[in-house]
Write a protein of this length. Structure first.
Length: 201
């Protein structure tokens, strides 16, 4: 037979005191909810840190604007870090961060030696009326521009009278006028570039 007085006693164990919110068995308290929220915030901050770590740890070395005229201009002073200019061993310009307020960040003209511009960052300070080019190529052959970042210029890449050239997998962001300007070129491939905040080709 059920003891009703005992049942009433069991029910009063979970009755809230005056001024206290009633909590059912198994219901999380305010302290528990606060701990859960804190854990979620820390976890989200950790995820954000892990996802942004590669861009933050990307190491560029500051360099003044580079100007190469003719094959003899491929020197260490002009940012060349390796290579001999042969198709199997091209000159490599890599790892530089170049800030430019006028003219081109990297200018290469009148060359036939093989070269690669890769993993560089050209950062301009352009307004619409400025003349700032990220990478300027004039009458060059046998070159590649890849895996680089150009932002805040008027024209990210200006390519004029070139041949056997490849432009691929670059991030070209927020350049004020035309992102890539190409004129009178042959055998020039432009593929897989990321363009944001400006006109295309």
């Amino acid at each position: 037979m059920l003891d009703r007085s005992e049942g009433r006693t069991a029910q009063t164990k979970h009755r809230a005191r005056p001024g206290q919110m009633a909590t059912r068995p198994g219901q999380p308290t305010k302290a528990k909810v606060g701990i859960i929220i804190a854990i979620l915030l820390v976890s989200s901050m950790l995820v954000l840190t892990l996802t942004t770590l590669p861009s933050e740890t990307e190491a560029y070395t500051p360099h003044s604007p580079i100007s190469i005229v003719g094959d003899g201009g491929f020197t260490s002073e002009n940012g060349v870090v390796s290579g001999s200019g042969l198709p199997s061993d091209p000159y490599v310009i890599s790892g530089w961060e170049i800030h430019v307020g006028s003219g081109p960040g990297i200018s290469i003209s009148q060359t036939i030696a093989s070269f690669v511009v890769e993993d560089v960052h050209v950062n301009g300070t352009a307004i619409y009326s400025d003349t700032i080019y990220g990478i300027y190529l004039y009458k060059v052959s046998n070159g590649r521009v890849k895996d680089s970042l150009v932002n805040n210029t008027n024209i990210a890449l200006y390519i004029f009278e070139c041949s056997n050239l490849s432009v691929q997998q670059n991030d070209l962001l927020y350049n004020n006028q035309v992102t890539i300007a190409i004129s009178d070129c042959v055998s020039t491939n432009v593929v897989g570039n990321h363009i944001l905040g400006s006109y295309g080709i």
